[in-house]
Design a protein around this ligand. Structure first.
Ligand SMILES: NC(=O)C1=CN([C@@H]2O[C@H](COP(=O)(O)OP(=O)(O)OC[C@H]3O[C@@H](n4cnc5c(N)ncnc54)[C@H](OP(=O)(O)O)[C@@H]3O)[C@@H](O)[C@H]2O)C=CC1
Ligand SMILES: O=C(CO)[C@H](O)[C@H](O)COP(=O)(O)O
Length: 475
């Protein structure tokens, strides 16, 4: 048994927990580790000479708790959902007032609010903390989105600032707001991740099925795009994945991978929360739906046979440079719209829950470490840093200019893909949102008339103040 030596403890040594423990240990902190499968805790110490001396493996929760300095920092990195509640229930009786439980996995922020309320009532503290960056991020520097009580953050800050990714020297970690704020922001990060990935996949679809490019050719194009406006981790890994060859068959790796996308729920949570807040996060919705449709491969194969003879307009996708340039500009424009939707969701949540989310700071801590990291986030930070009230990124002057310059390319690419029968649900959702958002006189006046006719739901008039009901003809 280790006696009160560890600066922090981690329960859950899967992909993220093990790498986070190594990162913390490497930065000079002593970290107690425990896992349902206990052997993993000892293997983590034994398999990592040089760092292992800062890792204190434990066999039981009693050992784990005894190994921690007080106030104890207990970080859970287990499968989201029920396992988090189970682990919390098991360890709570062993902790003392002032100790801190940290859920660093992905979590539905509603669960975080529930857990936070229950735990804080017992004198313990609870922090919901989003960690992004996957395996390598956890190991060498993730982006960390911290929630929970403001007063609890200083207990974690020295460790988090050391282990977080750095962008131009600044650590990519911040306290973002109370109770569920950290996990809410992580959820929107993942929603944007889904939209970003789906739009890249749609551009890949146009390159493959419209233009007829080979994966290696596409890899070169994406690598080139990664040197300019679209430069980001996701574009970089797109080039890497497209360039890869399957050692078994010698074929491009992407060509042997089944076209069914997995999803663990964070994209869906983002959509649900956006809907609850009345924000149209349509690019994220399209991405989540597209993953759902992709998972019904058998159904899609049947439908493909049933609709084999459907006529699509004879659209020519040439392989010339201007087409590639249009795809690049379309993707860049749609990406701005997707981020605008994600940020609008966070802005609405901030008002609804009284969080005062620091939107510029969120962009800054996403610039490195996380899956959507890119220089583009620097531009978003600047837009929110102006001190002006940016109601939506699509109204920030820099982005108005960029979207105005790129919308024709997006419109042409979407129109061509639609005519050719190539699915572009997220790109077209971005365009539709943009067109809807920029229309001063919309069409829901008709919706209001219908609602008033069938349900006396009332409406407001353009020419008079007040709420009205009209005597419509009986139907
Ligand atoms: N993988 C990624 O790229 C990212 C993951 N996350 C989030 O981090 C969290 C952990 O993910 P990841 O490390 O990938 O998951 P893994 O599947 O690699 O590991 C899961 C861990 O949870 C433990 N566990 C599972 N069920 C229980 C249970 N009922 N009781 C106790 N322990 C349990 C496992 O123990 P055992 O070893 O015994 O099975 C293991 O330590 C999740 O919330 C995930 O969404 C966040 C960012 C990125
Ligand atoms: O949280 C993450 C990054 O920050 C993970 O990448 C995320 O878990 C991936 O989600 P999914 O499996 O649903 O694609």
């Amino acid at each position: 048994m280790n006696d009160g030596q560890a600066d922090i403890g981690i329960l859950g040594l899967g992909t993220m927990g093990a790498n986070l423990a190594l990162n913390i240990a490497e930065k000079g902190f002593a970290v107690a580790v425990g896992n349902r499968t206990t052997a993993k805790a000892f293997a983590l110490r034994d398999d990592n000479p040089g760092i292992g001396e800062n890792i204190l493996p434990t066999e039981s929760l009693e050992d784990f708790v005894a190994a921690l300095k007080t106030p104890r920092l207990v970080l859970f990195m287990v499968t989201a959902g029920r396992p988090v509640d189970e682990e919390m229930e098991r360890i709570a009786p062993l902790l003392s007032p002032g100790d801190v439980m940290i859920d660093a996995g992905n979590a539905d922020f509603n669960d975080t609010v529930r857990r936070s309320t229950a735990v804080e009532a017992t004198g313990l503290h609870f922090v919901g903390m989003g960690v992004s960056g996957g395996e390598l991020g956890a190991r060498h520097g993730p982006s960390i989105m911290v929630g929970g009580a403001r007063e609890t953050y200083p207990l974690l800050e020295p460790i988090l600032e050391k282990i977080a990714a750095r962008y131009e020297g600044e650590p990519c970690v911040a306290w973002l707001g109370p109770n569920g704020a950290g996990h809410f922001v992580k959820t929107i990060h993942n929603g944007i991740e889904y939209a970003d990935m789906q739009m890249i996949a749609e551009i890949y679809g146009i390159m493959r099925d419209g233009i007829g490019l080979k994966p290696a050719e596409m890899a070169t194009i994406f690598a080139d795009w990664n040197t300019r406006g679209l430069s980001s981790y996701l574009i970089e890994i797109t080039a890497v994945t497209l360039a890869e060859t399957d050692p078994d068959t010698g074929r491009p790796m992407v060509d042997v991978i089944v076209d069914e996308a997995g999803q663990k729920g964070t994209g869906r949570w983002a959509v649900i929360e956006a809907q609850k807040l009345g924000v149209g996060a349509t690019t994220i919705e399209a991405a989540v739906s597209a993953r759902g449709v992709s998972s019904r491969r058998g159904e899609r194969e049947n439908a493909a046979a049933l609709y084999r003879d459907v006529e699509t307009a004879g659209v020519e996708f040439g392989g010339e440079t201007d087409h590639i340039a249009a795809l690049e500009q379309a993707l860049e424009t749609a990406k701005i719209i997707a981020y605008a939707q994600g940020y609008a969701t966070m802005a609405a949540a901030s008002g609804e829950y009284g969080w005062s989310l620091p939107l510029a700071e969120i962009a800054r801590i996403w610039r490195a470490g996380c899956i959507i990291r890119s220089r583009f986030l620097d531009d978003i930070a600047r837009a929110y840093d102006t001190g002006e009230n940016v109601v939506n990124l699509l109204q920030a002057p820099d982005f108005v200019a960029r979207v105005a310059a790129g919308e024709v390319a997006l419109r042409r690419v979407v129109a061509k893909a639609v005519l050719a029968g190539i699915p572009v649900p997220a790109l077209s959702a971005a365009l539709a949102y943009f067109d809807d958002y920029r229309r001063a006189r919309g069409t829901t006046n008709l919706t209001q008339a219908q609602r008033d006719l069938f349900g006396a739901h009332t409406f407001r008039r353009l020419d008079k103040e007040g709420v009205f009901h009209h005597r419509w003809p009986a139907v």
